[in-house]
Design a protein around this ligand. Structure first.
Ligand code: ZN
Length: 390
């Protein structure tokens, strides 16, 4: 029987089995032969975006804190999962990097004894965004002997971390969950009807958060549809330029929709903290400095999120051409975009498999360019021109 906190880690049975053994070992005061060596104080979760690496780490944190090894219902579990338990710290950066100061403060706190139980757990969701000095500072924290702290790092792949950090962590690789498991999750946990669940699971290409979004958010579905309409419209240079600009604007709109309420809530919280009617020169200048800093952080978060949405759109586009290629090569695997079958078929008939492969390459090249901070409009214009038909 899998502990409740691990149940949402769909399609990750091997990882869950390892984590459960570790939790059992950690809660046993005397080591028995079954769980010997199963627990260690530094872990690294890698996996493709949306495979749930940070969910796995947070569930593990909750299970380590929970007196019942992860019942999912007690106060410890609930507060751990939310990141508000005093012994669980979630380091989430929505910005582009995690700075050394943040890690130094973290290491000071990690020496404190836990408020209850045996562990303090630190989850670093985007360990790939540690600056090099921050990573070196973290290394000293991980190496600290006899610490109460369990470090859970998450990153897309092993190559995203310094070898020195990598070698001190036990590595767990999550995989892309299969469509059937995603569909089941949407039906059983989220109460989505079967047809929509299956569509969302396929369209998400194994990305858990994205599958939920498609299944539950009408506007996200419209945005995806808009992206998938592009291929047939790319017939002349003007159309390509317009499509590039449109894709960027639409991605920005989508990310703003997600981010605006957060920005607003953070600003209100900050204003409250300084006292809305704060007067006096010291207070007023302190508040305005804090607000400026917040705005800077929010801007960096918006940039990162815009980029993520744009990349997501490019993956959707790539999935469209993958479907085209499937039809062109006569394969009988189901289409990712079964709702776009007519458009896929049209393009499959009008173009060759060789050209489709070239288009897929152009999309991947654009993703790499964006990753290297090439101006988005430039990267997308060049991509649209390369995938144009005719
Ligand atoms: Zn619990």
């Amino acid at each position: 029987m899998v502990a409740r906190v691990f149940r949402e880690l769909i399609g990750q049975d091997e990882v869950v089995a390892i984590l459960e053994r570790a939790v059992a070992a950690a809660s046993n005061s005397e080591e028995d032969s079954d769980t010997q060596g199963a627990m260690t104080h530094a872990w690294l979760f890698t996996g493709p975006p949306g495979s749930g690496r940070s969910n796995a780490a947070i569930a593990f944190a909750a299970a380590l804190i929970c007196p019942e090894n992860g019942c999912g219902e007690c106060n410890s579990c609930r507060t751990s999962l939310r990141g508000s338990h005093p012994d669980v710290e979630l380091i989430r950066t929505e910005g582009l990097s995690i700075k050394v100061d943040e890690i130094r403060e973290l290491i000071v706190r990690s020496a404190w004894a836990p408020s209850s139980g045996r562990h303090r757990v630190v989850v670093i969701e985007d360990a790939d965004r540690l600056t090099e000095t921050a990573a070196n500072a973290l290394l000293r924290g991980i190496e600290e002997p006899g610490s109460y702290t369990v470090w859970l790092l998450c990153a897309p792949s092993l190559g995203d971390l310094l070898p020195t950090i990598r070698s001190r962590c036990r590595h767990l690789q999550l995989r892309t969950p299969p469509t059937s498991a995603l569909t089941r999750m949407l039906v059983e946990i989220d109460g989505i009807d079967e047809v929509m669940a299956n569509h969302a699971a396929k369209a998400s290409q194994g990305h858990v958060g994205r599958a939920r979004r498609i299944a539950t958010d009408e506007q996200a579905r419209r945005f995806r549809h808009q992206v998938l309409q592009l291929p047939l419209r790319l017939t002349d240079v003007g159309g390509c330029m317009a499509a590039a600009a449109e894709l960027i604007a639409a991605s920005q709109q989508e990310s703003a929709r997600e981010i605006a309420p957060k920005d607003e809530a953070e600003l209100v919280a900050l204003q409250d903290a300084w006292g809305a009617g704060a007067t006096g020169r010291g207070l007023a200048s302190g508040a305005s400095k804090a607000i400026k800093e917040l705005e800077k952080d929010q801007k960096s978060r918006a940039t990162a999120l815009n980029r993520a949405f744009l990349d997501r759109s490019l993956l959707d586009l790539a999935s469209f051409y993958r479907d085209v290629l499937l039809l062109q090569s006569g394969a009988t695997v189901p289409l990712v975009n079964d709702d776009m079958e007519d458009e896929v078929l049209q393009l499959a008939e009008r173009t060759t498999a060789e050209a489709t492969i070239g288009r897929l390459d152009a999309i991947m090249a654009a993703r790499r360019a964006l990753n290297f901070n090439v101006a988005p409009l430039l990267a997308l214009e060049s991509m649209m021109l390369s995938i144009r038909v005719g």
